[in-house]
Ligand binder design. Structure first.
Ligand code: COI
Length: 350
């Protein structure tokens, strides 16, 4: 791998006021695909890409990405949380979007080197981490609609705090009853750019009404809850942690999987199943909806305090973070930050 270090390091932001995705480190990893093969990876100073306006990702959105995080534990050791799972998922996304697959082991090694170079950008303030954004884009300068022949894979790094401006305060989510995110057979389970573009209108409408995000329903019957777009969704009903099953239109979240594994190991009843909005509303009316939360790399574990559906707000657990939600938050972040033992073998040292 070629490494070119920057001649001018940037000033660091105030690590206690990071927000999400606003600042980028000094370096990035870039690897191009051409003539049927990935070329040598390079670490170079973070800078703009130059590309012709005809570059096909700009027209047809043949682009995929991932999100994972690096942490610095109290011994100063840099760690990653389940990075191989991210590149496995990225390869699934690549296959769905007719893009070339990556060698996950090689990419993790390159990422480790990038992290060592930009190590001073890993914040250690409570609730902060270094968000890692691997991305792959189609680079052919060509307007025909077919898979490109050249691609660029890159990784950029961003020191982040909480994804939601209110931190761990329960979020307000609006159920989207008209627009849909993804049909079965579509790209819903791939982490591709278009899924996020398609979510913007509903998100903007929800924001205008004072909600943080939308909860999508299935595209067929508009009946079953799916995901929030930046988070997978969990409901605790009658003490059972329930999450929508991966039916093909839902992103297979790595934090989602971690929640399920922790529940199984720690004896918390957990189920992956179809959950109808009616079931959630009935459980709430009957006082059986104990808690609701979302999970994601960016969002970690985020309590949901208000869910708007059928013209009214449901208040969940008095709009407070529930016991199971706090337990899962403490357990997963404990493993991520090295405060708790890594019983699952999820932590990769850099
Ligand atoms: C993540 O949680 O890493 C995501 O990709 C969600 C998002 C910020 C788009």
């Amino acid at each position: 791998m070629k490494v070119t270090l920057t001649a001018a390091k940037k000033a660091k932001p105030d690590f206690s006021k990071l927000g999400f995705g606003k600042y980028f480190t000094d370096h990035m990893l870039v690897m191009d695909y051409k003539d049927g093969a990935w070329q040598e990876p390079e670490i170079i100073p973070y800078d703009a890409f130059e590309m012709p306006p005809s570059t096909c990702v700009l027209h047809y959105g043949q682009g995929i990405f991932e999100g994972l995080k690096a942490y610095k534990n109290k011994e100063g050791q840099i760690t990653l949380f389940r990075p191989y799972d991210n590149f496995k998922r990225m390869n699934n996304s690549a296959r769905r979007l007719c893009m070339p697959e990556l060698d996950g082991d090689l990419v993790v090694e390159c990422l480790k080197e990038l992290l060592r170079i930009d190590a001073e950008w890993i914040p250690t303030e409570p609730g902060t981490s270094l968000y890692i954004r691997p991305t792959m884009i189609a680079m052919d300068a060509f307007l025909g609609v077919h898979p490109a022949h050249s691609y660029r894979f890159f990784i950029i790094l961003s020191p982040v705090g909480s994804y939601y401006a209110n931190g761990l305060k329960p979020t307000k989510i609006m159920v989207e009853e008209e627009l849909v995110r993804a049909p079965i057979g579509g790209t819903g389970e791939a982490k591709c750019m278009g899924n996020y573009a398609c979510s913007l209108l509903a998100g903007a409408r929800a924001n205008q009404k004072g909600y943080d995000q939308v909860l999508w329903l299935d595209s067929n019957e508009h009946k079953y809850v799916e995901e929030v777009g930046s988070m997978n969704m969990f409901f605790v009903i009658d003490g059972v942690v329930k999450t929508p099953a991966l039916v093909g239109s839902i992103l297979p979240g790595i934090t989602r999987d971690s929640v399920i594994e922790v529940c199984k190991k720690d004896g918390i009843p957990v189920e992956e199943c179809r959950i109808s909005l009616d079931e959630v509303m009935a459980a709430n009316n009957e006082g059986r909806l104990n808690e609701a939360f979302g999970s994601g790399t960016a969002a970690v574990i985020s309590p949901v305090g208000i869910l708007y559906a059928h013209g009214k707000d449901m208040v969940i657990n008095n709009n407070e973070m529930g016991k199971i939600t706090s337990y899962l938050y403490d357990k997963i972040t404990g493993i991520q930050y090295g405060r708790l033992p890594d019983e699952f073998g999820w932590i990769v040292k850099v």
